[in-house]
Design a protein around this ligand. Structure first.
Ligand code: PMP
Length: 427
């Protein structure tokens, strides 16, 4: 009996499923979750003293690696001044200035405490601004767990095989129109029919919750076009991709300007933070400037702002994202070669430091149906074979992987070596 196992048994006494977020329960791969004792750089450690090379990175925030000394130092200094005031502090202004500088489509930004809050608030704002109720999302995209967005969603919803949730009123769900990611024709025909009723499109501009799926050329452009024609608000949900695929997010990488952007993960450096912002004209509708209500007791929390701001400072150093991208490419090249050598059909996707492994004959996975059709049994076996060798991948076939700046060439080589063994085992 391992300490990790014992902790999981104890946890189930008073925590539903023993976890505070479903995907952590390893339902997608079977077996017990690994409890974490501590983490440092590219590694996490379980209570039994085992070390794992980590490709989850707290689901994206730990882009610098775990427990980065400069972030810890900044947080240690600020906590001495008090943990929360519920009143404005200078660090919030510094954060807003920095975010608007790095993401030029954002004139105004409001801080919240999670990605869910960010997207929920952005949707309300888009509805309040346009006076319309309908929203468009894409199948397999996950935007947090607010009611309007839990319709054909990705991430843990897919892992549990329940893309829509009981408890979401049908009267609300009927306003959510779900289209196929990367299907430009479907977007155009929907908008030709009912564009004037649609408040907004919300999209992961690189999808990361049905595994990692980049937009096809022209897809994001077509979203911009139909929104311009119909007066709908274009929301890029960059909770996962913001500051990750490039310093300026997907919008910086591909040069497409959304009206609103939602952020999370990296912006908090591991603390609970989200943000939404965008065009001044729309953001001025938010309270207290305008009538669309939105609030938060802990929003802009000084400890969280400090961790986030220090993280943004460090990742803004020249060449940071190029190095991250190169390291990720090195990993994927090695993994593809290892799969080929073992005769396992595998394709990979990558945008910057974000990646996806697909057990399929398909050359490039571009949509939800293709991701769903991948060989999940092979993924599960691969996941466990990697875990046994000390490599911690996301415990679901529908999650993107993340490389951090702390992953060394040696870590990548060790991972590829483990993958060679794992592929031979599952071939
Ligand atoms: N949007 C996207 C694109 C996400 O990936 C996530 C979380 N994985 C969310 C929103 C929700 O964020 P949170 O879990 O912080 O509520």
């Amino acid at each position: 009996m391992t300490a990790s196992h014992n902790r999981f048994i104890q946890a189930q006494q008073h925590i539903p499923g023993g976890v505070n977020s479903p995907v952590r329960a390893f339902k997608g791969v079977g077996g017990d979750p690994v409890f974490i004792d501590h983490a440092s750089g590219a590694y996490i450690y379980d209570p039994d003293g085992r070390q794992y090379i980590d490709y989850v990175g707290s689901w994206g925030p730990m882009i610098l690696g775990h427990a980065h000394p400069a972030v810890l130092e900044a947080v240690s200094a600020v906590i001495k001044k008090g943990l929360s005031f519920g009143a404005p502090t200078q660090v919030e202004t510094a954060m807003a200035d920095r975010v608007c500088e790095l993401v030029p489509s954002m004139d105004l930004v409001r801080m919240v405490s999670s990605g869910t809050e960010a997207t929920m608030s952005a949707i309300r704002l888009a509805r309040g601004y346009t006076g319309r109720d309908k929203i468009v999302k894409f199948e397999g995209c996950y935007h947090g767990h607010s009611d309007s967005l839990l319709v054909k969603a990705g991430s843990g919803m897919l892992t549990l095989g329940e893309p829509s949730s009981p408890g979401v009123p049908a009267a609300l769900a009927q306003h959510t129109i779900t289209l196929t990611y990367n299907d430009i024709d479907q977007v155009r025909s929907t908008f030709a029919e009912i564009g004037e009723q649609i408040a907004c499109i919300i999209v992961e501009p690189v999808a990361g919750n049905m595994n990692c799926i980049p937009p096809l050329p022209g897809f994001l452009e077509s979203l911009r076009e139909v929104c311009d024609q119909s007066g709908s608000v274009l929301i890029f949900d960059e909770v996962m991709t913001g500051f990750r695929v490039a310093l300026g997010g997907v919008q910086g990488l591909y040069g497409i300007t959304p009206d609103l952007t939602t952020l999370g993960k990296v912006i908090g450096g591991g603390m609970p933070v989200g943000a939404f912002g965008g065009k001044r004209e729309i953001m001025e509708k938010i309270s207290p400037l305008g009538p669309v209500y939105q609030a938060g007791t802990l929003s802009g929390n000084p400890v969280a702002m400090t961790a986030g701001l220090k993280t943004l400072e460090l990742i803004a150093q020249p060449g940071f994202h190029d190095r991250l991208t190169e390291r990720t490419s090195e990993l994927l090249t090695g993994i593809r070669d290892a799969a080929k050598a073992a005769g396992v059909a595998l394709s990979t996707n990558q945008v910057g430091g974000m990646f996806g492994l697909f057990f399929t004959e398909v050359d490039q996975v571009t949509n939800f149906a293709q991701s769903m059709a991948c060989n999940q049994d092979q993924f599960k076996a691969f996941f466990h074979a990697m875990l046994e060798q000390g490599v911690y991948l996301a415990p679901s076939a529908f999650e993107a992987g993340f490389v951090s700046a702390a992953h060394t060439h040696e870590d990548i080589e060790a991972t590829i070596k483990a993958a060679s063994v794992a592929f031979k085992k599952i071939a």
